[in-house]
Design a protein around this ligand. Structure first.
Ligand SMILES: *Cc1c(COP(=O)(O)O)cnc(C)c1O
Length: 463
C-alpha cells in the first residue's frame, strides 16, 4: 500500500505492537542519550525524503528511547496509561486535523467538548452551570482557574485587571497549603501574582491543609482580595484537603477557592472515595488531569469555573456579550482556554468516558486504590520496610531505613527494570513513591513489583 493509507496502516501496526508488548519491555529504556541524539540529529537535511521511509527512520531512531510509561508497572510520578478508545480517538483527532477553536473551524470538535464538559461535571458532582475548558494538563488548568480568580477578586476590589494589568492594582493575597503542588507557584508567576504572594498554611500529618491554621491565615488581612488554593490529592500521600470546610471559611472572607485536583478530583467519581472530597462542589474553580487517572493520552486536562463570566472574562478575546456563545448556540471552546488555534482535544476524552461509562470510571478509581493498599499491605510486612503515609487513595510512600539505604534500594529497583518508581522527599525524609494510576495494572503486576523490591533489598544488603 502506498501513500498516506500505507503509512497509516503501518503506523497502526507499530502502535499496536508497542502497546501489546509494553508490559514486557524494560520499564525504562537503557538508551544512550548520545545514540539517540545521533539518530535524530546531524545537519538539517537539504533534501526531503519519501514519507514511508521518514516514518521507518523515525521509528528506528525513537524505539530505543521509548519509556513504558503507558504500561502496567510504571508507578513513577503520577502517570496514567491510555485507554484503547481514547488512544484511537486521539489518533482520529490528528488524522482529521480539526481546529478546536469554535464551531466554524470544527462543528464536531466544538460539540464533543460540550458533551465531555457536561459528563465530567456530572461525574465530579460540580455545579451544572460551571464553565469548563479542555487544556493541556493540571498546570494549565491551575493557571486558567487562578486567572479567573484574579479577575474576580480584583473586579470586586474595583480593578479591571484584564484592561489595566497588575501595575498599580491592589495586592492580591494567596493563601495556600505548604503542601501545594509546585505548579500552583508557576501559575502564580505566570499570572504576575508571584510565587512570593503565597501565605503558606501548615498541613497535617498526611499532608492535608490544617483547617485551624487556614482559619487563622484568613483572619489576617480580612479585607485584602484573596485567593485560597486547596488541593485534592497530595502528590506524595494522596491526602485531600477538607474542601467543604475550607471553601466555607474562604467564602466567609469573600475569598475565591481554587482546587488543584490533578488526580485527586477523580475520588469524586467513586462512591467509595467520594467522602475524601466532600464539599468539592462549593469551590469556585477546579483543575484536573485527563492524562493521569482517566488514562487519556498526553496531553489532556480540564478546568472548571463556577462563574462562567469570570472564566470567559479572563480567557476570551471576543466581545464580552459574545463570550462563550460561539456560533449560533454552540459553545466556543476557544473562549475558555489560553490557546487560540488548538488540537481538537475533546475526542480523546469522549473516547475514554464512552469506553468506561460512569461505572467504569468508578471501577478504575476503586481498583487503583485497592492495588495501592495491596502494595502497602505487602510491603509493610517486609522487615526493614516502612509505609510512611496513610494510604487514602492511590499513592504509597515507602521508606527503606535511612536516606542512603533508601536511595540505593530505589536505584536497584530502577536498574532491575520490572517496574519503575522514583524517589521523593516528604517531610524532610527520602522515600520511594508508588502511584497506581494505570487502567491496565493488575494484582499480578503489584506482586511482580513487590518481588522486584525484595530482590533489590537483597542486592543492597548483599544477601
Ligand atoms: C501532576 C500534578 C499537577 C500538574 O499536572 P500536569 O498534568 O503535569 O500539568 C498539579 N497538581 C498536582 C497535585 C499534580 O499531581
Amino acid at each position: 500500500m502506498a501513500g498516506l493509507r500505507g503509512i497509516l496502516v503501518r503506523v497502526a501496526e507499530l502502535i499496536a505492537e508497542f502497546r501489546e508488548g509494553v508490559g514486557d519491555r524494560p520499564v525504562v529504556p537503557a538508551a544512550d542519550p548520545e545514540e539517540l541524539r545521533a539518530a535524530f540529529g546531524g545537519p538539517l537535511p537539504a533534501e526531503g525524503r519519501e514519507p514511508t521511509s521518514v516514518i521507518e527512520e523515525l521509528v528506528a531512531a525513537a524505539e530505543p528511547g521509548l519509556a513504558a510509561t503507558a504500561g502496567p508497572r510504571y508507578f513513577g510520578f503520577v502517570i496514567g496509561g491510555a485507554l484503547d478508545a481514547a488512544t484511537a480517538a486521539d489518533l482520529l483527532a490528528t488524522g482529521w486535523d480539526q481546529v478546536g477553536f469554535n464551531a466554524v473551524t470544527s462543528p464536531a470538535a466544538a460539540a464533543v467538548e460540550e458533551a465531555v464538559g457536561a459528563w465530567l461535571k456530572e461525574l465530579f458532582g460540580l455545579p451544572s452551570v460551571a464553565s469548563f475548558g479542555l487544556v493541556t494538563g493540571a498546570q494549565a488548568a491551575n493557571t486558567v482557574g487562578l486567572a479567573a480568580a484574579r479577575q474576580r477578586v480584583l473586579d470586586r476590589a474595583g480593578w479591571d485587571v484584564e484592561a489595566r494589568g497588575l501595575i498599580g492594582a491592589p495586592r492580591v493575597r494567596v493563601v495556600g497549603s505548604e503542601e501545594r503542588h509546585a505548579t500552583i507557584d508557576r501559575s502564580l508567576r505566570l499570572l504576575g501574582l508571584g510565587a512570593g504572594s503565597v501565605d503558606a498554611v501548615r498541613a497535617d500529618a498526611n499532608g492535608a491543609i490544617h483547617i485551624g491554621a487556614l482559619a487563622e491565615a484568613l483572619e489576617r488581612e480580612p479585607d485584602a482580595p484573596t485567593i485560597v488554593c486547596l488541593q485534592a490529592g497530595n502528590v506524595n500521600t494522596g491526602a485531600c484537603d477538607d474542601l467543604g470546610t475550607a471553601c466555607d471559611l474562604a467564602h466567609r472572607r469573600g475569598a475565591w477557592a481554587h482546587v488543584d485536583g490533578a488526580f485527586g478530583l477523580w475520588a469524586a467519581a467513586s462512591p467509595s472515595t467520594r467522602g475524601l472530597v466532600a464539599g468539592i462542589e462549593a469551590a469556585d474553580s477546579w483543575g484536573v488531569d485527563g492524562h493521569k487517572w482517566l488514562n487519556v493520552p498526553y496531553d489532556s486536562g480540564y478546568v472548571f469555573v463556577a462563574d462562567p463570566i469570570a472564566h470567559a472574562a479572563a480567557m476570551s478575546y471576543t466581545a464580552a456579550y459574545l463570550v462563550g456563545r460561539g456560533t449560533g448556540s454552540v459553545r466556543a471552546p476557544g473562549d475558555f482556554v489560553p490557546e487560540s488555534s488548538r488540537r481538537a482535544r475533546g475526542f480523546a476524552t469522549w473516547g475514554a468516558l464512552r469506553q468506561l461509562g460512569r461505572r467504569g470510571v468508578a471501577d478504575l478509581v476503586e481498583r487503583c486504590c485497592a492495588l495501592a493498599r495491596r502494595f502497602a499491605d505487602e510491603l509493610g510486612g517486609i522487615s526493614g520496610v516502612e509505609v510512611a503515609n496513610e494510604v487514602v487513595l492511590n499513592q504509597v510512600l515507602v521508606g527503606f531505613g535511612d536516606e542512603e539505604r533508601t536511595g540505593r534500594v530505589i536505584e536497584a529497583i530502577q536498574r532491575d527494570g520490572t517496574a519503575w518508581m522514583g524517589g521523593t522527599t516528604w517531610r524532610g525524609r527520602r522515600l520511594m513513591r508508588i502511584s497506581v494510576s494505570n487502567a491496565t495494572t493488575t494484582e499480578a503486576d503489584v506482586d511482580l513489583t513487590v518481588e522486584a523490591i525484595r530482590r533489590a533489598l537483597a542486592a543492597v544488603d548483599g544477601r
